[in-house]
Design a protein around this ligand. Structure first.
Ligand code: DOR
Ligand code: ZN
Ligand code: ZN
Length: 432
C-alpha cells in the first residue's frame, strides 16, 4: 500500500519523468506513471534530487542557542534543500562525554525538522570509548587547539576501540590548522595593532593548514584509521591529500562554499562577516570549481554567530559563516552555467556523504531508500538576501550574489518539511 505518490518529477541527467511511491517513509516503488485516486503531489516536470546531506553544521544547541538552535538550524537546512545534517561538538557543554552526547540527542530529537547525526568531540581520553558506543558520526578533532602529544593519544585510543569492538568503525574528522603556527602568527599580527580585516588571513597562513594536513595524513597511516579532512582551503592541501589517497583509501576531504567561491578580498569587502577558520585565501592559494573533481564532499560549515558579535573588531569577532541557505542556490547556478553537472552535485552532497558517514538508507532515489527528496526550480532567479534566512544568523558574505536555481520543496522520509519557503512539521530523527 502506497501512502503517497510523487508524480512527474524529472530525474537528471536522464531527463526522464518518474513517479515515486512512498510507504512508511521509504521509496517503495518507482514507476513512469502514478496510479489515479491516491494521494499525489504533482511536480509537473520539476527536477527532483535525493535530499542533500550536510556533514558539517554548528547548531550551538545546547548552551549557545542565542546564535542558533536545533529548530532554527534545521529550518534553515530544510529551506536550503538539506534533509540530513551532522552537528559539530563545539557547543556548551561540548559533546565529548556520553552524558553530553545523550543530552544533545534528546534536544535534536525534540527540535529537529530534518534527520541528523552528531559528531562527538574529544575531551578526556577515557570518555572516548564510552561515547563511541553511542554511535557518533565521527570524532571531531580541532588541531588548532590540540598539542601533538595529545593528538597521538587520541588516535591511539580510537585505534584501540576499533580493535576491541569490531562493530564500531570510528571515523575521525579534522579541522586542520597547526596550533603552534596559528598562535605564533596571531600574536605577531595582533601586536601590529592593525584592525584591517585582511590581516586575519595572515594570522592563519596556508602553511598552518598544510602542516596540519601532513600530520593528519601521517597519523591516518600510522594508526590505520579512516580520516575525513574538513574544509580544505588551499591547493597545496589538496595536492598533499590527493597524493596520500593513491596509497590510502581511508582518506576523504571536504570543501565549503566560501572556500570554493570567495577569496581573501572578501575580508576587505565584508569585514568580519567573511571571517572564518581557516580564513579565505588569495587567488594563488585558493581552490576553485575546477578542483572539485578531486574533492569528496561539500560541507557548508554552517557556523552562525550574532551580528553584535560580528561587530567586534577583527580579532575579537568570532569566525564563522551561515551557509545552509546559500550553498544549493550557488551550486545550482554553477550547473546552469555548465561549470558542474547534476551527477557531480549528487556525488558531492548525496552519495559520498552517505558513504563516508555510513548512512545506508540515504543518498539515492532508489527503491528501499528513505524518501528524502528535494525539488529544485532551475529557472528561479534570486539575489541572496540574508534577511530571508530561516537561520538566526542573518548575514552572509554572499549577500547580493545573483543566483539561478533554488530548492522549492524538501521532503524528509516522505514528509514535506519545506514547500516554497514555508516550513512544516518537526519529524527529524537520528539518520542511519
Ligand atoms: O569558522 C569557523 N567557525 N571555524 C571553526 O572551526 C569553528 C566555527 C564555529 O564554530 O564558529
Ligand atoms: Zn573547522
Ligand atoms: Zn566547522
Amino acid at each position: 500500500m502506497v501512502d503517497l505518490w510523487i508524480k512527474d518529477g524529472k530525474i537528471v541527467p536522464e531527463n526522464k519523468l518518474i513517479s515515486i511511491g512512498i510507504s512508511n517513509g521509504k521509496i517503495s516503488i518507482i514507476k513512469k506513471i502514478a496510479p489515479k485516486r491516491e494521494e499525489v503531489i504533482d511536480l509537473k516536470g520539476s527536477v527532483i534530487l535525493p535530499g542533500f546531506i550536510d556533514a558539517h553544521v554548528h547548531f550551538r544547541d545546547p548552551g549557545l542557542t542565542y546564535k542558533e538552535d536545533f529548530r532554527t538550524g534545521t529550518m534553515s537546512a530544510a529551506n536550503g534543500g538539506f534533509t540530513t545534517v551532522m552537528d559539530m561538538p563545539n557547543t556548551l557543554p561540548p559533546t565529548n562525554t556520553p552524558v553530553a552526547f545523550k543530552e544533545k540527542l534528546k534536544i535534536a530529537h525534540k527540535k529537529s525538522l530534518v534527520d541528523y547525526g552528531l559528531h562527538a568531540g574529544v575531551g578526556k581520553l577515557e570518555d572516548i570509548k564510552t561515547t563511541a558506543i553511542l554511535g557518533p558520526a565521527s570524532f571531531k578533532i580541532f588541531m588548532d587547539q590540540l598539542d601533538d602529544d595529545y593528538l597521538n593519544k587520541v588516535f591511539m585510543e580510537i585505534r584501540n576501540i576499533k580493535e576491541d569492538k569490531g562493530s564500531i568503525k570510528p571515523l575521525i574528522t579534522l579541522h586542520c590548522e597547526d596550533k603552534e603556527i596559528v598562535q605564533k602568527n596571531t600574536q605577531f599580527q595582533r601586536n601590529k595593532h592593525i584592525l584591517k580585516p585582511e590581516i586575519y588571513a595572515e594570522a592563519r597562513p596556508p602553511k598552518a593548514e598544510t602542516k596540519a594536513v601532513s600530520k593528519a595524513l601521517q597519523l591516518a597511516c600510522e594508526y590505520d584509521l579512516n580520516i575525513h579532512i574538513c574544509h580544505i582551503s588551499t591547493r597545496k592541501s589538496l595536492e598533499l591529500i590527493s597524493k596520500a589517497k593513491i596509497s590510502n583509501s581511508k582518506i576523504t576531504c571536504e570543501i565549503t562554499p566560501h572556500h570554493l567561491f570567495l577569496d581573501s578580498h572578501f575580508l576587505n569587502k565584508c569585514g568580519n562577516f567573511a571571517k572564518t577558520n581557516p580564513p579565505l585565501r588569495n587567488q594563488d592559494d585558493k581552490l576553485n570549481i575546477r578542483n572539485l573533481s578531486s574533492i569528496d564532499i561539500i560541507g557548508t560549515d554552517h557556523a552562525p554567530h550574532t551580528i553584535a558579535e560580528k561587530n567586534n573588531d577583527i580579532w575579537d569577532a568570532p569566525p564563522g559563516i551561515p551557509n545552509l541557505e546559500t550553498t544549493i542556490p550557488l551550486l545550482l547556478t554553477e550547473i546552469n552555467r555548465q561549470n558542474i553537472t547534476f551527477n557531480h552535485l549528487k556525488s558531492l552532497l548525496c552519495v559520498k556523504p552517505s558513504l563516508i558517514f555510513q548512512l545506508a538508507s540515504k543518498g539515492y532515489i532508489k527503491e528501499g531508500y528513505d524518501a528524502d527528496l528535494v525539488v529544485v526550480d532551475m529557472k528561479k532567479e534570486d539575489i541572496i538576501n540574508p534577511y530571508n534566512f530561516r537561520s538566526k544568523a542573518k548575514y552572509s558574505p554572499f549577500k547580493g550574489f545573483k543566483v539561478k536555481g533554488k530548492p522549492v520543496m524538501t521532503m524528509v522520509r516522505g514528509n514535506v518539511v519545506m514547500d516554497e519557503g514555508e516550513i512544516y512539521k518537526n519529524i527529524g530523527k537520528l539518520a542511519c
